[in-house]
Design a binder for this molecule. Structure first.
Ligand code: ATP
Length: 380
């Protein structure tokens, strides 16, 4: 029996039929390349996120899928059918806008029914679908209210219900949680994923919020300047960023720039100019000596201590510096340690972990250690 994992990992299955195919799509505004020769394949039932900073082209890509923008070149296919030149209403797609765009003079139920009425569905079917959708988003008791009598989170759920009522194959969501406060946002993230899983509709979401993309997506694409810089599951992208841009964009990371001075099997030795020290990092590939390279290391992989380690293994790194800043976040504390005049390193300590040494405080000398295998060697 194929379990849910098998369904979710369709992108690894060469026989799986894609739902969305974006083939070498380019979109310019004047001389500016908003989307630059971009190709991407998305499979049925995925919750896919397009993640990137403001202006990277993610909304333009979404709008081309919806049919609100025409590509200059390239092709768009949905369910194997070419839609590149089809108007929005002929595509099996719905889009949920950032502003929700609810009709203020219509009740919640009428907002949800609006698209179904336009399609000319029989009244009974419309009523049934509206009731189903209200139940799905837990707003059955609010059917008669107007949008201005709802909270931000409730309006968001009405907008979702309205975009799902037509049973689109594909729902495009532009910053769907952008208007919600932090707490409601976290709660709604789970709700949205549950609804998506229950309905089995493919979601493509645009967001600039990396935590949101990481929590909700089956896969995500990190975009910059109209191109995809990395595509993968949240875990792959967090644990194995394959370039400096992605490493720096996703989560907190320390980057040490240097040059390769030695390679021993799967370990590179790098001379880092800024700390004037040699660091080691795991690397599967053969790299020419002298190649410029960066080592990326996440704060939670660094251990921090008030005492130096007497024995340092060949596969370990140790740097020392002065504690400049401490942020206590409850479950974890974050330390900023100055290891060189121009370099602060961030290390994270779980507060529940049993301490073997005295607690660190501002101005203390601290020793930072991490294993070669916990760092990531970045060539690009
Ligand atoms: P945001 O998160 O701010 O919405 P985004 O990544 O979604 O950003 P896009 O809206 O896709 O970015 O825009 C990409 C680039 O294209 C931006 O620099 C934007 O100014 C430009 N752009 C978008 N639409 C137009 C337009 N109609 N005319 C001219 N330039 C445009």
């Amino acid at each position: 029996m194929a379990g849910p994992r098998a369904v979710l990992e369709a992108w690894q299955d060469p026989s799986a039929a894609p739902l969305v195919e974006i083939r070498n799509v380019t979109k310019t505004f004047g001389n500016f390349y908003a989307v630059d020769d971009l190709s991407l394949t998305i499979y049925p039932k995925e919750f896919f996120s397009l993640l990137g900073a403001s202006g990277c082209g993610k909304t333009t890509l979404l709008r081309m899928l919806a049919g609100f923008e025409r590509p200059d070149s390239g092709r768009l296919l949905i369910g194997g059918e070419e839609v590149t030149h089809l108007p929005p209403y002929q595509r099996p797609v719905n889009m949920m806008f950032q502003s929700y765009a609810l009709f203020p003079h219509l009740s919640v139920a009428d907002n949800i029914a609006f698209g179904l009425r336009q399609e000319g569905l029989p009244r009974q079917e419309i009523n049934q679908r509206v009731a189903e959708m209200l139940e799905l988003v837990r707003l059955s008791d609010y059917a008669k209210r107007k949008p201005d009598q709802l909270s931000g989170g409730q309006r968001q759920r009405v907008a979702l219900a309205r975009s799902l009522a037509k049973h689109p194959k594909l729902l495009l969501l532009d910053e769907p949680l952008g208007a919600l406060d932090r707490k409601l946002r976290e709660h709604t993230q789970f709700e949205l994923v549950n609804i998506q899983e229950r309905l089995g509709i493919t979601f493509i979401m645009v967001t600039h919020d990396q935590e949101e993309a990481m929590t909700m997506s089956t896969r995500m694409a990190v975009m910059n300047e109209g191109r995809i810089r990395q595509l993968g599951t949240p875990g792959e992208i967090y644990e194995h960023p394959n370039n400096r841009f992605v490493a720096g964009f996703i989560g907190a990371v320390n980057q040490f720039e240097g040059r390769v001075i030695a390679q021993n099997e799967k370990q590179l030795q790098i001379h880092c100019e800024i700390t004037d020290s040699n660091l080691v990092v795991h690397c599967e590939h053969e790299i020419t000596l002298g190649t410029p390279i960066a080592i990326a290391i996440r704060p939670e992989k660094i251990t921090i201590s008030t005492v130096a380690s007497e024995t340092i293994e060949k596969s370990e790194n140790q740097l020392t510096g002065c504690v400049e800043e401490i942020a206590y976040l409850g479950d974890v504390s974050i330390y900023h340690v100055r290891v060189a005049p121009e370099l602060l390193v961030e290390a994270q300590l779980t507060n529940s972990a049993r301490r073997h040494t005295a607690p660190l405080t501002w101005g203390d000398q601290a020793w930072l250690r991490w294993k070669a295998e916990d760092g990531i060697a970045l060539l690009e």
